[in-house]
Design a protein around this ligand. Structure first.
Ligand code: H79
Length: 453
């Protein structure tokens, strides 16, 4: 569906007039190695948590409450006076991410509601100056991440800001028309030039983020996108940028200009490897922001299978948590992340720094429901179903297999290799009931596959 119009350009293509493939390669190498990150949606919307007056949302985006309920900015801003997350502990959050096997963290420094979750010189409407809490939570998280070797990214909603008049010339009409019905394009241009872009500059110089994660709906002109991009590159060339700097739709061309990787739709897993870095922003229930009434949690098993599927297609998984107004990561998230962490402890080497499957789209369910990731000289087979007959058949592999073992115990497995492929003998019981991983050490750095498919 989304993939049809893509044109994949040659590797040597210059990404943007100012940019080379080599520069992008160097900048994005940590991100490529990381594969799994924590997304954090935290802001004033955690206080209503999806409930406004008589209206209780049991699903949907709690961070959208201001828009959904058309709350006047003058009323919404009163939430700032109630924001006092006394249990917030940046180190504890980083610890939870680390234990889950996550390697980076992206915090909503400003979501569409327009409230800055960092101390900003451009507006007093920010977490340090407008709340009784008075602490710069972005600063604390950046420091905790740096102390623990976790890369840090800033989510920034640059096109939408419901607190400020912004113009309405966009196709979704997702701007604040209830407070500002006469707002015009000029208002957007002023907002962009005097507030949004300067705030991005402020984030870059104050916090030196490793990643800027934009969330957009195509309100910027091409000239504004370019200006933003050049500003970021000038201030911090090593900062990775996602594709929503331009817009939220899937780019028409790969590589897309002005960014380093593609963000797929919210919770959208691409159908296949697109030959370019991409990332899935996923939620654990239907909301990104905290909503105590949204019980639509996906299981830890589902998270692990999604992670394996995404990575086998060459993507990263940025999995969200929505902390409470007290400053805690919700218990259902903690429980799930702990289970994912146990799996990563055993199987992480089949995730970190790996590339997409060498077997085409890897494992349709008819082939036994398995997926594949690779590293030089290694093939990882992720078995979502355990074979009943004690053997796993892998057709089409031509490279010599030197050694095969399960990551769970590293005991050598018996391998029969013929011109037609490889047959691996397995124990009767799966070591992991969700996904067990076999490692094949092969004689070639890059696996040779029969070109039959
Ligand atoms: O930050 C999270 C979302 O709030 C944000 N992206 C993720 C990472 C996002 N912004 N826009 N969108 C997602 C797409 C808009 C979806 C909508 Fe709706 C569908 C807007 C109106 C209909 C969901 C349902 C939100 C309001 C009603």
């Amino acid at each position: 569906m989304l993939l049809a119009p893509i044109v994949i350009l040659a590797k040597t293509t210059v990404l943007s007039p100012e940019e080379t493939e080599e520069a992008r390669d160097e900048r994005i190498s940590w991100w490529r190695e990381a594969r799994f990150g924590m997304f954090i949606h935290w802001g004033l919307y955690a206080i209503p948590g999806g409930t406004w007056k008589d209206k209780v949302y049991k699903e949907g985006y709690s961070e959208w409450i201001m828009f959904d309920e058309k709350i006047p900015a003058s009323e919404y801003k009163e939430l700032a006076g109630k924001f006092n997350p006394v249990k917030f502990d940046a180190q504890a959050w980083v610890g939870i991410a680390k234990k889950a096997g996550m390697k980076y963290m992206v915090l909503t420094t400003k979501h569409h509601d327009g409230f800055s979750m960092f101390q900003s010189g451009l507006t007093p409407y920010n977490v340090a100056d407008a709340t009784p809490f008075k602490r710069d939570v972005t600063r604390e998280l950046v420091d905790a991440c740096r102390n623990d070797s976790i890369h840090f990214g800033c989510y920034y909603s640059i096109d939408r800001d419901w607190y400020r008049p912004q113009g309405q010339g966009n196709r979704y009409k997702q701007t604040n028309l209830w407070d500002y019905p006469d707002s015009k394009q000029e208002d957007y241009d002023r907002y962009f030039a005097t507030f949004a872009k300067p705030q991005v500059e402020e984030l870059l110089s104050k916090y030196q983020p490793d990643l800027l994660w934009f969330d957009e709906i195509d309100m910027k002109t091409d000239a504004q996108v370019k200006e933003l991009y050049q500003t970021i590159r000038k201030l911090r060339p090593e900062c990775v940028i996602n594709s929503r700097i331009q817009g939220c739709r899937f780019p028409e061309k790969i590589p897309p200009p002005h960014c380093d990787y593609i963000t797929s739709g919210d919770n959208e897993i691409l159908e296949k490897n697109i030959g370019f870095e991409w990332e899935n922003p996923g939620s654990m229930n239907t909301s990104y922001g905290y909503n105590p009434n949204d019980h639509n949690w996906i299981s830890a098993d589902e998270i692990i299978s999604r992670l394996v599927e995404i990575v086998s297609k060459g993507g990263n998984y940025l999995l969200n948590v929505g902390p409470t107004p007290e400053g805690l990561i919700p218990q259902p998230c903690i429980e799930r992340l702990a289970k994912v962490g146990e799996w990563m402890e055993v199987n992480g080497e089949a995730i970190y720094g790996t590339s997409a499957s060498v077997f085409g789209d890897s494992a349709p369910p008819s082939a036994g429901n398995w997926r594949c990731t690779v590293k030089p000289g290694k093939i990882y087979l992720h078995l979502l179903n355990w074979p009943n007959d004690g053997t796993f058949e892998l057709a089409d592999l031509q490279s010599k297999v030197n050694r095969a073992y399960l990551l769970a115990d590293r005991k050598e497995l018996k391998v029969k290799q013929t011109a037609g492929g490889v047959s691996i003998s397995l124990p009767a019981e799966a070591p992991d009931k969700i996904v067990s991983v076999i490692c094949l050490e092969i004689a070639d750095p890059v696996a040779k596959i029969k070109a039959s498919k």
